[in-house]
Design a protein around this ligand. Structure first.
Ligand code: NAG
Ligand code: NAG
Ligand code: NAG
Ligand code: NAG
Length: 177
């Protein structure tokens, strides 16, 4: 995938303005036959691109974010300084789409290709009473990703019309519970 991304960049340079659709077609590849039980486990949030500045501001107050996915729940643990807070969403799965339901939000998660082998890349379409928005997340069993993966993620966010990613500080502790 890294090689492919390079080839795409070269094609862009040669062809000028026609490069964007070609690059994005290769960069944004929904995974439609992902086994959803593969998502179960504990994941550290590494990077995200959030389409609302309010959500970006909220994320910036958090030192780390951990997601714990089981077959029926999706728990988010936020560390803010020495405090941990957690919230639990109910999960339903249908085909390749995972729907997370909370008290005030419904998140529709779809998974996308990433060249990172320890990662999950997912797009969240968020619906609430007050707004609808789209976010892109990359989570991993590792805390830090290769520069190539981070560049790929930034390009993927750009393809979706989303802002520059926010990268979490890998030195900050995760919440264990
Ligand atoms: C979900 O997990 C629970 C507890 O681990 C287990 O008892 C149940 O059978 C699982 N359900 C499915 C549909 O896999
Ligand atoms: C999640 O499911 C549990 C058990 O079915 C239910 O009691 C709870 O209200 C649900 N929570 C939300 C936020 O929908
Ligand atoms: C969010 O999207 C849903 C479904 O498309 C729509 O019914 C609802 O009105 C939207 N809500 C807002 C606040 O825009
Ligand atoms: C992000 O927000 C902008 C401004 O509200 C909107 O035009 C755009 O469609 C949104 N992008 C996505 C992917 O939701």
């Amino acid at each position: 995938m890294i090689l492919l991304a390079c080839a795409v960049v070269v094609a862009c340079l040669l062809s000028g303005t026609t490069c964007a659709p070609l690059a994005c077609e290769n960069l944004i590849r929904p995974l439609v036959d992902i086994p959803l039980d593969h998502l179960e486990g504990t994941w550290a949030l590494v990077g995200s691109s959030l389409n609302r500045s309010l959500d970006e501001d909220a994320l910036k107050t958090r030192d780390s974010v951990t997601f714990v996915s089981t077959n029926s729940t999706f728990v988010q643990r936020n560390r803010i300084g020495d405090k941990c807070q957690s919230s639990t969403l109910n999960v339903t799965k249908q085909g390749h789409v995972m729907t997370l339901t909370g008290a005030n939000y419904v998140f529709t998660a779809t998974f996308h290709h990433t060249s990172c082998e320890t990662c999950l890349l997912f797009r969240f379409d968020v619906q609430s009473a007050s707004h609808n928005t789209t976010d892109l997340y990359i989570v991993s069993t590792k805390r830090e990703l290769d520069a190539g993966v981070k560049e790929e993620f930034a390009a993927q966010a750009k393809c979706l019309g989303l802002p520059e990613p926010i990268w979490m500080d890998p030195t900050k502790e995760l919440c264990q519970s």
